[in-house]
Design a protein around this ligand. Structure first.
Ligand code: 48N
Length: 323
């Protein structure tokens, strides 16, 4: 008989015997705090060092209970953000701060969120943002060097890790990483112009490794999250880039993609921020995914438009949610 289930209240399961071996497990003594209370107390004291006792099942339960409680809680979300790159995270940061009453799920295909914002460009580390995006950095508390018309964050990872930590510390936001949105939930929303029009009503998800292998496996059915509003910021790059807008074309909700144009920093960033919007009912698109919709130019290694597209996407979302 396996040991009684541990619980959040009583984090200790006492081993009472192993069904398989029949041996009496050593009772896991009630956890005691390890001797040291501060790092200083540990120094030069390693021979007497020990961690508090643990049982492997406690670790499993500590992880799985929380994960599945989150899945249950966010199965009905107020907003789903697809893609945790610089635009998606900026959107989440603004929304999560402004509206602690909203339940926001972020779905990120990569194990590591952040998208293309861990490096400034190519393999260089400094991140450039053109003014007035420095206002976002000030709000976030990220230091930068002022170069007149633009500012430079000494390492892109400083921006992305700060933004990520702010977002993940918000109680109304849950990040599901290593998870892909592989389809959109739709509801009929016919209009006089299009009797087949739909509105987006949530997302269809799967483990990313599963989403990448539908061609060589079958019947790996997905999971779902219902939400009245989806904000798609899936970028233009990578295995799933521009996912949602490509799906809108295949569902015949938009006729065709404009296709991202060549690099022109001077026009690209203004266009992306200004055009961040609800592309079809229930779906706001921001960041570089938008360049694929409208045929906007790309801007290359300057990130102000990603941050401010996130600010605009949050604003558009609140207009829709509060309609
Ligand atoms: O960083 P990205 O790719 O996208 P954005 O729009 O947040 O930022 C774009 C920016 O990094 C640039 O491309 C810069 C400015 N360069 C421009 C240029 O001209 O070259 O983040 C998108 C995130 C990624 O983390 C993907 O893994 C994720 O979205 N993603 C998805 N997550 C879940 N489900 C999906 N279907 C999906 N598709 C992409």
């Amino acid at each position: 008989m396996s040991p009684p289930a541990a619980s959040f209240e009583n984090p200790i399961a006492v081993g009472i015997g192993h069904a398989v071996t029949g041996k009496k497990d050593l009772a896991v003594k009630p956890a005691v705090n390890s001797q040291a209370k501060t790092l200083a107390e540990m120094e030069d004291n390693w021979e007497s060092f020990s961690f508090a006792p643990i049982r492997e099942s406690q670790v499993s339960r500590a992880m799985t209970r929380r994960y599945f409680a989150d899945l249950d809680n966010y199965a009905e979300s107020d907003i789903v953000i697809v893609g945790a790159g610089s635009c998606g995270l900026s959107t989440a940061y603004i929304l999560g701060k402004k509206r602690p009453d909203l339940k926001i799920a972020i779905i990120e295909a990569g194990v590591a969120p952040g998208g293309g914002a861990w490096l400034g460009g190519q393999l260089f580390s400094a991140m450039v943002m053109r003014k007035p995006a420095d206002a976002f950095l000030n709000d976030l508390g990220v230091p930068f060097e002022d170069e007149g018309d633009f500012v430079v964050v000494k390492h892109a990872a400083l921006f992305t890790s700060t933004l990520l930590s702010r977002v993940l510390s918000l109680p109304n936001i849950k990040l599901f990483n290593a998870t892909t949105v592989e389809d959109l939930i739709t509801r009929p929303a016919p209009t006089s112009a299009d009797p087949h029009a739909v509105r987006i009503a949530g997302v269809v998800t799967n483990w990313t490794l599963v989403s990448m292998h539908h061609d060589d496996q079958s019947c790996m059915d997905p999971n779902t999250i219902n939400a009245p509003l989806v904000i798609s910021t899936t970028g233009h790059d990578g295995p799933f880039g521009a996912f949602s807008v490509k799906r809108l074309v295949s569902m015949q909700q938009i006729e065709k993609l404009g296709g991202m144009r060549g690099l022109d920093m001077r026009t690209a960033e203004d266009a992306i921020v200004k055009r961040t919007r609800e592309v079809v009912k229930g779906l706001v698109v921001g960041g570089m995914e938008l360049s694929e919709v409208d045929g906007a130019n790309r801007m290359g290694p300057t990130f102000g438009a990603m941050a401010l597209s996130g600010v605009k996407a949050a604003e558009e979302a609140l207009k829709i949610i509060d309609e």
